[in-house]
Write a protein that binds this ligand. Structure first.
Ligand SMILES: *Cc1c(COP(=O)(O)O)cnc(C)c1O
Length: 402
């Protein structure tokens, strides 16, 4: 036994969180490369026909085809499972693939799904438009009161889908309360945890069965690739989720998995820095005379501040705020910014401002937007990694034009 073998840190089980994210899931090739290798291959060769037969039968481990599994995708999945504290994870081509897989794998025609009304636009489309086309009935509820979920549950409800904080007004759903309601009806709770991030909110500990992410956001965090991930128990992920991805093909590209696995290494450092800045900017915006109101989970003015403190360790990197003067005010503010750029992505190192009424939420009827607090003066800010003082100055200058 070498000295290293006697070191307790030889076992990944003894690593703390950030160490796992840097060293976890690495499978070095015979070249001993420092960074993770990219296995950019679709297929695999077998030593002989018996081995090929055994792998297809499931009697021998090893990869078969990259639609089912790939070593670089596994590195990403292992790291995400470590970050989330989940038994298992599967990467997908995009965040929407993760959402679609998590829902479609749990239901069949004749079932019922309950979801919170305030959802990322495409998530709402899947729930409201696609599921009913396939004979799955859906009920959308106001997610702020858990009793609304209890009232909507039916004997055939198989899944409850929520996002917290929501896009774009950062309203919260009480995850633990909704998990209890879902489980009392034998339904699974699926949580889209993009806005909170894996650093600040732990849906599985709060009782959720599946957590989904758009890895395109904070996990990449540098605006390069699309990706998604579904996490949960070995039973759910290794069962229905794996089968659905394997047979229908929304699989993650190994190249994207490599970019995203490198993103996971720095996620805690990045999200912490973005969150520190966001908390300062929220304070600044809340006191600004050109601002009607600010939405930030850990700001005292948030209507669900107590829940935010209980459920989220920090307020994360997203802020929404309503500029005085409606759409003209919001456009004037956005157009006066020089460092913060107008775009619709989020979780990026570059700060991004979005006008939901005319972009991400333009397809909805005005009445549907207003019921979610998406007023013409609302702007959504994704706080990046720039110097906080530059961001403060940028906002202050732009707001002076309102
Ligand atoms: C971006 C996003 C998605 C969709 O992810 P893509 O990677 O763009 O497919 C789903 N949910 C939330 C909350 C998001 O922000």
């Amino acid at each position: 036994m070498s000295a290293r073998d006697k070191n307790p840190l030889s076992s990944p089980a003894n690593w703390s969180a950030s160490t796992r994210l840097v060293h976890g899931g690495v499978e070095r090739s015979q070249h001993g490369e420092t960074a993770e290798p990219i296995y950019l291959n679709s297929g695999y060769v077998y030593p002989d026909s018996d081995d090929a037969a055994a792998r297809f039968k499931g009697d021998s481990p090893g990869h078969i085809y990259s639609r089912f599994s790939n070593p670089t995708v596994e590195t990403f999945q292992d790291r995400m499972a470590m970050l989330e504290g989940a038994e298992s994870a599967r990467g997908t081509a995009t965040g929407m693939a993760a959402v679609t897989v998590s829902l479609m794998s749990q239901v069949r025609a004749g079932d019922h799904v309950v979801a919170a009304r305030a959802l990322f636009g495409s998530c709402r489309y899947v729930v409201e438009d696609f599921l009913p086309r396939w004979g799955v009935e859906t009920t959308l509820v106001d997610g702020e009161d858990p009793q609304n979920f209890a009232r909507a549950m039916k004997p055939n409800t198989k899944a409850v889908f929520i996002e917290s904080p929501t896009n774009p007004t950062l309203s919260l759903v009480d995850i633990a309360a909704v998990a209890d309601i879902a489980h009392a009806h034998n339904a699974v709770l699926i949580v889209d945890n993009v806005f909170a991030t894996a650093l600040w909110q732990h849906p599985l500990e709060l009782g959720a069965d599946l957590v989904v992410y758009s890895a395109t956001k904070h996990i990449d965090g540098q605006g390069r690739v699309l990706g998604g991930v579904v996490l949960g128990s070995q039973e759910l992920i290794g069962g229905d989720i794996h089968a659905f991805i394997r047979q229908t093909g929304p699989s993650m590209s190994p190249f994207n998995a490599w970019v995203l696995a490198k993103g996971v290494e720095t996620l805690p450092v990045r999200v912490r820095a973005m969150t520190d800045s966001a908390a300062r900017l929220a304070e600044f915006l809340a006191d600004h005379p050109k601002i009607e109101r600010v939405y930030y989970p850990h700001h005292k003015s948030h209507p669900q501040y107590e829940l935010a403190k209980r459920q989220m360790e920090a307020g994360s990197s997203m802020i929404a705020f309503e500029v005085k003067g409606g759409q003209a005010g919001a456009f004037a503010a956005a157009d006066g910014l020089a460092v913060i750029r107008i775009s619709n992505n989020l979780g990026d190192a570059k700060s991004i401002i979005t006008h939901p009424t005319t972009t991400t939420h333009q397809r909805f009827e005005e009445e549907v937007r207003l019921e979610q607090g998406i007023t013409p003066g609302l702007l959504r800010l994704s706080v990046g990694l720039e110097d906080t003082n530059d961001l403060l100055k940028d906002l202050d200058f732009a707001l002076s034009a309102v």
